[in-house]
Design a protein around this ligand. Sequence first.
Ligand SMILES: [Zn+2]
Length: 388
Amino acid sequence: MASIRPETREMIERLVGFDTTSAKSNLALIDFAQHYLESRGARCRRTLNAEASKANLFASLGPAAPGGVVLSGHSDVVPVDGQSWDSDPFRVVERDGRLYGRGTADMKSFLATALALVPEFQAQPLRRPIHIALSYDEEVGCTGVGAMLHDITENLPAPEMVIVGEPTDMRIVNGHKGCYLFETRVKGQAAHSSQPHRGGNAILAAGRLIAFLAEAAAQKRRAAPADSPFDPPYTTFNLGQIEGGKAINIVAQDCSFTWEFRPLPGEDTEAIVAAFEAHAREAVLPALSEFAPGGAIETARLATVLPLAPEAEGAAESLVRRLSGVNDSGVVSFGTEGGIFQAAGLSTVVFGPGSIDQAHKPNEFITLAQVAACEDFLLKLRDWAAGG
Ligand SMILES: [Zn+2]
């Protein structure tokens, strides 16, 4: 059975012990991590959300110089509500070579391993910086990390590479689709169902908008690139929820629906949104408003996860290949913060311990073997950062 360093185990226990479900504050974890890092010589920067209830933490080791690598992970976890766990989700339990607890796979073990190795990182002078980045609100649409990235690009020498330690079983992932989430609200005007010419039917309007999205989805499917590594190999759409109307004999006044699309890297996402908005404005709204002067169609962007595009000869992927000895790479179907880093010009790869199969589930776990492999990799990274 694989063994891991006691410091790593203790750090996993500490991080899992903070209930950082996305709906809650993560400040207790951030306070702990910042104190730990600063007392070991790291330079730390925080960026807060608007309510100052959550924070990103960006810690730098080694020279205050451009280059180097960012080890990036999110501090938040998904809820345990309604899940049936065999043990307390926020207390790590070991059984059969596995550590159980919320966030063990997704993705506190990666962050904990990096933190636990900080004394090793500091044991010899680093010639290239190693940064450790902890974000908030990844699990609710990657909405936290942007503030940290803004702070880095404005105020710090630019790092060269980012390793996002999401659970990939220590396999190299160089691409994923994005995810754009929306809610569209249609407001018409109620009338007796026998008098459609005195109202505006919001459900009818919503139906025309939905048909437009269905057609957009069919077009993307027909135009699937032959060489796409993704499954399915095209940009997909989904209608997730719909609500509207009061009774069969009333012209429906309100209707709202949520929808998403998951673009391939390189997809012109703004063109998709603009086409939908134009159809709403130019075709659907005029019909809705004919007898309903207050008619309105409003679409709100709920969250945006940018796609991660495989980089030709990407610096981050090359480094991970060299240090890990892993020789192939692939794409995954889940989104990460990686696309946001990449869009800011940083070479980015996803590579971390644990399996996405265990993420978000009851009895989430990570194997000790995966943690040990992550330790090995990060020590090689330390040697790279310290060496010539
Ligand atoms: Zn995650």
